[in-house]
Ligand binder design. Structure first.
Ligand code: DOR
Ligand code: ZN
Ligand code: ZN
Length: 421
């Protein structure tokens, strides 16, 4: 099976050039101007052709919470968002803490046949923070990383053992950083707006203490660690300073942290509730600086779909999370590239090559002989985000009504068109 992607501007980490891409049997066989081939052709004229986007932090909810999302709806939403590979967090029911659940997710994802789905195994059994999960068996079954996302491993000794054990199997720990005791039931950032609204705040230190601990463990043990969804200015600074000492720490953040500030909580819209919380402008600007100078390696969505009934309750009781997989590229392009923070190749790197490097996945670039995971976007297309149009079951976004640029036109996985025409 051949596919010709014709007339587009090809973007990779090095830059942009006008070229056609010929794909055969799931691989890129030629990248050059003026390729002519009598085969299925995807017209990319006026469009940009990117390495397939990779989201290393999503929640697919299956097994157990299929009312919020399932592998079919989540993977379909992912390709609509331009993603060819996604990594799903283990806070399902049952928790993905053993090889059976890893295998189940991979089998379901293969049957759905949209994007590649890589399970992330839990660090501890049931994400309970007590006993290590079946790390070796999960690796064997195809887990690409470990995380107790949703919470931190509270016990530092257990976290040390987890890092050592995971490292022995070539897996990284992806750390959700929040000290539960210090969060103490807080639902928004602690500051002016928590006082104004009467909503209980969560102090930056709750996040920073855990970031500092993971860095300290990584540095002492000389084992790589990855920090999830950084939201504080001080967290960015901890990571920057660790990197400058050569600590093997990498980090991610999400569109809601580099676009929004906690001013939006004053409307009590539960779609603004997320863990860690959206913080202040000083944090937002620091995350942008971190993205610019490489302190923040990766842009993820932390796609956290919830049912309407989980959000249509009072703020304190609402589920935390934002459905983000269908808005991530356009929001990032609009608020980072159009705003002059990153070049398009720099953005693409943070959404494809870097996550591939960090997790050791195949993909993240466009080269002859490489896998044909490709995303075609129309950067000139302007539209208004409308959650009712989401393919994801989760319509929970604070970005409804936001005007963005950059529409995903087609998503190609292993040489097959999985979204668009
Ligand atoms: O807001 C969040 N939602 N943060 C997390 O860490 C977990 C996620 C979820 O699973 O809903
Ligand atoms: Zn998390
Ligand atoms: Zn998450």
């Amino acid at each position: 099976m051949k596919l010709l992607i014709k007339g587009g501007t090809v973007v990779d980490c090095d830059g942009e050039k006008k070229a056609d891409i010929l794909v055969e049997d799931g691989k890129i066989v030629k990248i050059a101007a003026g390729i002519n081939e009598d085969c299925k052709t995807l017209d990319a004229s006026g469009k940009h052709v990117l390495p397939g986007l990779i989201d290393m932090h999503v929640h697919l909810r299956e097994p157990g919470f299929e009312g919020k999302e399932d592998i079919q709806s989540g993977a379909s939403a992912a390709v609509a968002g331009g993603f060819t590979q996604i990594c799903c967090m283990p806070n399902t029911n049952p928790v993905c803490d053993n090889a059976v659940v890893v295998t189940y997710i991979k089998t379901r994802a293969a049957a759905v046949g949209k994007c590649k789905v890589h399970p992330i195994g839990a660090i501890t059994r049931g994400e309970q923070g007590e006993a290590l999960s079946d790390i070796g068996k999960m690796k064997e079954a195809g887990a690409v990383a470990l995380s107790d996302d949703g919470k931190s491993v509270a016990n530092s000794h257990i976290m040390r053992l987890a890092m050592e054990y995971a490292n022995g199997f070539g897996l990284k720990c992806l750390c959700h950083c929040e000290d539960k005791d210090l969060v103490d039931g807080g639902v928004v950032n602690e500051g002016y707006n928590s006082t104004l609204t009467g909503l209980k705040g969560s102090i930056r230190a709750a996040e920073d203490i855990m970031i500092a601990r993971e860095i300290a463990l990584s540095e002492s043990l000389n084992i790589p660690v990855h920090i999830c969804h950084v939201s504080t200015y001080s967290g960015v600074e901890l990571i920057r300073s660790a990197k400058s000492r050569g600590v093997k720490v990498t980090a991610e953040s999400c569109p809601h942290y580099f676009i929004l500030t906690d001013d939006i909580i004053t409307g009590y819209d539960t779609n603004t509730k997320v863990n860690p919380p959206i913080r202040e402008d000083i944090d937002r600007r620091a995350i942008i600086e971190g993205l610019k100078d490489g302190s923040i390696d990766v842009i993820v969505t932390d796609h956290a779909p919830h049912a309407l009934k989980d959000k249509q309750v009072e703020y304190n009781l609402a589920a935390s999370g934002i459905s983000g997989i269908e808005t991530s590229f356009a929001l990032s392009y609009t608020y980072l590239v159009k705003a002059g923070v990153l070049t398009l190749p720099q953005l693409v790197r943070k959404m494809s090559a870097r996550p591939a490097e960090i997790l050791g996945l195949d993909g993240g670039d466009l080269r002859e002989g490489g896998v044909a995971d490709i995303t075609v976007v129309d950067l000139g297309a302007k539209y208004t985000i409308d959650p009712s149009e989401f393919i994801s079951k989760g319509k929970n976004t604070p970005f409804g009504g936001t005007e963005v640029y950059g529409k995903v036109c087609a998503t190609v996985v292993d040489g097959d068109i999985k979204f668009g025409a």
